[in-house]
Design a binder for this molecule. Structure first.
Ligand SMILES: Cc1cc2nc3c(=O)[nH]c(=O)nc-3n(C[C@H](O)[C@H](O)[C@H](O)COP(=O)(O)OP(=O)(O)OC[C@H]3O[C@@H](n4cnc5c(N)ncnc54)[C@H](O)[C@@H]3O)c2cc1C
Length: 510
């Protein structure tokens, strides 16, 4: 595993150990997949190595290697099939939340045992009727004295049955105000063995052979208040904060399989001879392999950068979301391409690539679907990059008679606004921004007037057929304006709008 320059010597050491471990035990992991039996002995070996403590601070018996350390473990264990998922789910299914939101008593009670690998975790959000819409969940928790009574069904839960601690979110308030403020959910650690807590169904999966994933039934499970993380109503905050770490770790666990898909594709293509030459000598396969290498490198960089930011205490929403989106898409692409490079052999169970190909499909769905990742990136990314994406002011250059972008334009001095002035500015905007509506803010900058005044006057121009407004459907107010043909004609002579490149044959212009 290639180390990054910012890793500590302990991170590098961990990467070496885990890589050797994966080399040594890969055949056992693949054998378990063939048999669809979970390799519990191998998991026990991971436990003995202490890697479940990678994220946990040393004072609680962990290795104190942070998000970066746990990503290194996830990448290495990602080469061992489903071993990685028990590991990663334990990390984001309780461990991280206890570290960030647990009381001292809760940390001492659970973290040392998680670090030793004695307690495995599960993350319990999804329900039969609520998936992407996680805030809508219906499982309820009602306080009765020192206990909460939890009732509901959860589904798609990885490690169902194998886990000891279930990081579960339930609804504790039905008040519309709490719902509007996302204060309606509360986080709990529900423990295996609590009365009324059972597994309803173990799912048959398309991949992750042998890994238990299932439905949980909570029939008036009495959970002590001591098992609540944070305060009542903190559930959404805890869930969302955990998701950035979860997404980074999901990305990391995709890296091992990406690397293995590349490894098998190269291995096969170097040894498969067709038309008297190894198939790797065909440029089409070389280009496929080149693409895989580029994508592996980029996915690793993005993932470990997100982990680095998390270790610095930053939220890393955009980086974690982008890492999850990118690495999981790369996993789908690379495993599919590896099968193609290997021809029919790629689809046979005799090489482990078909398993990677099947497993890859779930990565863009877990930890929030990749469509949800794009919604987050669009909404939060635009907000976060506001400065970087500062819009230009397009102005007609007198020499070229063509628009050029300007980023340092002084706002016009406050001035009286008239219909003629607004129309003239709209005409100039038309020439400099062909086909676009002008925002009220842009017009305010150019006219030295308030956006509300401009909106009012724009509506007047619209009544006269000189302009057309765009009404913001949410605010039900003018957001943008453009001139009409009539408006353009009134504002400037036809000559003003003309632009003819110097190479144009004047005889063809009229
Ligand atoms: C193998 C496996 C393991 C899992 N492990 C766990 C676990 O351990 N714990 C846990 O709590 N959950 C787990 N999940 C659940 C997983 O997080 C959800 O499957 C995922 O969040 C999507 O929910 P859904 O499947 O109900 O799809 P839906 O929410 O029904 O979505 C269906 C489709 O519609 C799209 N969609 C939905 N809403 C929007 C929108 N607003 N805009 C655009 N597109 C949208 C989705 O992207 C998706 O393509 C697991 C799921 C699987 C299959």
């Amino acid at each position: 595993m290639e180390a990054f320059p910012w890793w500590s010597s302990r991170h590098i050491e961990l990467a070496k150990e885990i890589e050797e471990f994966a080399d040594e035990h890969a055949h056992e992991a693949v054998k378990a997949l063939w048999k669809r039996k979970y390799p519990l002995e191998l998991l026990d070996e991971v436990r003995r190595r202490g890697w479940f403590g990678a994220l946990i601070p040393e004072e609680y018996g962990g290795l104190g290697l942070g998000a970066t350390g746990s990503c290194i473990a996830a990448e290495g264990l990602g080469r061992l099939g489903t071993i990685a998922h028990v590991y990663t789910t334990t990390m984001f299914g309780g461990t991280e939340q206890i570290m960030l939101f647990g009381t001292e008593e809760q940390k001492e009670r659970w973290l040392p045992r998680i670090a030793k690998g004695e307690l495995k975790g599960a993350i319990v959000i999804t329900e039969p009727y609520f998936g992407s819409d996680a805030a809508g969940i219906e499982t309820v928790a009602v306080r009765e004295g020192d206990e909460y009574v939890i009732t509901g069904k959860k589904r798609f839960i990885t490690n169902a049955g194998l886990a000891d601690l279930y990081m579960l979110y339930a609804r504790t308030s039905d008040s519309p105000e709490d719902r509007a403020r996302y204060r309606h959910l509360t986080a709990f650690i529900v423990e295996k063995g609590m009365e009324g807590f059972s597994i309803e169904r173990v799912n048959e999966l398309c991949g992750w052979d042998g890994l238990q994933n299932g439905y949980l039934n909570l029939d008036e499970v009495r959970v002590p208040v001591d098992n609540r993380l944070g305060e009542e109503g903190d559930g959404w905050r805890i869930m969302v904060s955990g998701l950035n770490y979860e997404r980074t770790l999901v990305a990391a666990s995709a890296l091992g399989p990406i690397r293995d898909a590349l490894r098998y594709a190269v291995y096969h293509a170097q040894r498969r001879v067709q038309f008297n030459q190894p198939t790797i000598s065909f440029q089409v396969n070389q280009f496929r392999i080149a693409d895989m290498i580029a994508k592996l490198k980029t996915a690793r960089l993005l993932t470990y950068y997100a982990a680095y930011l998390l270790d610095r205490g930053e939220e890393a929403v955009l980086e974690a979301t982008a890492a999850k989106l990118y690495a999981t898409e790369v996993m789908e692409e690379v495993t599919k391409t590896a099968v193609q490079v290997m021809g029919g052999d790629g689809w046979m169970k005799f090489y482990p690539v078909e398993q990677l190909y099947r497993d890859a499909k779930i990565f863009p769905i877990i930890g929030g679907t990749n469509e949800v990742m794009k919604i987050i990136l669009f909404r939060q990314g635009l907000r976060a990059l506001r400065e970087e994406l500062k819009p230009p002011v397009m102005l007609i250059d007198p020499e070229l008679n063509a628009p050029l972008p300007h980023f340092k334009v002084k706002p016009a001095e406050p001035a009286e606004l008239t219909e003629d002035k607004l129309l003239e500015t709209l005409a100039e905007y038309y020439k400099a921004n062909p086909g676009l509506y002008a925002t009220l803010e842009e017009l305010a900058l150019r006219l030295g007037a308030k956006p509300e005044e401009i909106a009012k006057l724009a509506l007047e121009l619209e009544k006269k057929g000189l302009a057309k407004t765009y009404i913001d459907p949410r605010r039900k107010a003018v957001k943008m304006v453009r001139p009409t043909y009539k408006g353009l004609k009134k504002a400037k002579p036809l000559e003003y709008y003309k632009y003819m490149p110097s190479w144009v044959d004047q005889r063809l212009i009229f």
